[in-house]
Design a binder for this molecule. Structure first.
Ligand code: ADP
Ligand code: MG
Length: 257
């Protein structure tokens, strides 16, 4: 990473309203390549909305977001800024993986098919290569033996690991996780966090919305606390988690720890 490299994610004064209610009130954040940011905050603070804006699942009302130096949703041609067409948006979105609280696997497809359907159908990779890579990814998330299983035959933790492998299959530059362990039985949380820790150690750039303070402490380069659509404070985990400066951060940490 050279000193002049732009951040992989650069969000500046991002605003978003729903029906006249502003839920993001000027969010500015950066994430450098290879870094892990954990986003904490009470329910309704705008965390999911912010992730959805990065991925262009929501259109922002103000500010700008760029990923890898490219504006999200806008293209520059002849020194003018244009809204991207659907095809350009789809291409851009392919570089950003997302893992949801509910794993959202296709129920009628095996684990391996879930992972390879987009690489074959969207990226147009040759089937043989995509299958080989899909098996490799299943192995990476510890599920090599379950390639032919259907989601209903897998535990929640296994399904979430398939969902992570599916996101990786598109070779994303950035991985977004929206409370990836919140829907899991407590005994299944660890196996998913382990996979995420491995990805982080391998240098994947990640933004993780989570209430797992232990994960944030160990894996995050930066912790951001959001409340009411604003960033209340941010910094290294040791600072934000162990010595928070704001009463709202302290109250939130007390409620989840
Ligand atoms: P968090 O993920 O931090 O719990 P969200 O981003 O889901 O917060 O929601 C922030 C606020 O925006 C909430 O008040 C929520 O009700 C509202 N909101 C989110 N999505 C929509 C939507 N599609 N339409 C209307 N309101 C929404
Ligand atoms: Mg949410």
């Amino acid at each position: 990473m050279t000193e002049n490299a732009p951040p992989l994610l650069n969000a500046r004064r991002v605003r978003k309203s729903f029906g006249g209610v502003e839920v993001l009130k000027g969010i500015s954040l950066t994430v450098d390549a290879g870094q892990v940011m954990c986003l904490l905050g009470p329910s309704g603070s705008g965390k999911s909305t912010f992730l959805r804006c990065i991925n262009h699942l929501e259109r922002i009302d103000g500010g700008r977001i760029s990923v890898n130096g490219e504006l999200v949703g806008y293209a520059q041609r002849h020194n003018r800024i244009f809204e991207m067409n659907r095809r350009e948006v789809a291409r851009q979105r392919r570089g950003i993986g997302m893992v949801f609280q509910r794993f959202n696997l296709f129920p009628h497809m095996t684990a391996l098919e879930n992972i390879t359907v987009a690489p074959i159908g969207v990226r147009k990779l040759p089937k043989e290569g995509a299958l080989a890579r899909g098996k490799e990814l299943l192995d990476r998330v510890g599920l090599a033996d379950l390639a032919q299983s259907y989601p209903a035959q897998l535990s929640g933790g296994q399904q979430q690991r398939v969902a992570i492998a599916r996101a990786l299959a598109m070779d994303p530059k950035l991985l977004l996780f929206d409370e990836p362990t919140s829907a899991l039985d407590p005994e299944l949380v660890g196996e998913v966090l382990d996979v995420m820790r491995t990805l982080a150690a391998e240098g994947m750039t990640m933004i993780v919305v989570t209430h797992e303070i232990g994960f944030a402490r160990g894996a995050a380069d930066e912790v951001v606390f959001m409340d009411g659509g604003v960033v209340v404070e941010s910094g290294p985990p040791s600072q934000v988690l162990d010595d928070p400066q704001h009463a709202r951060t302290r109250a939130f940490l007390d409620s989840v720890m």
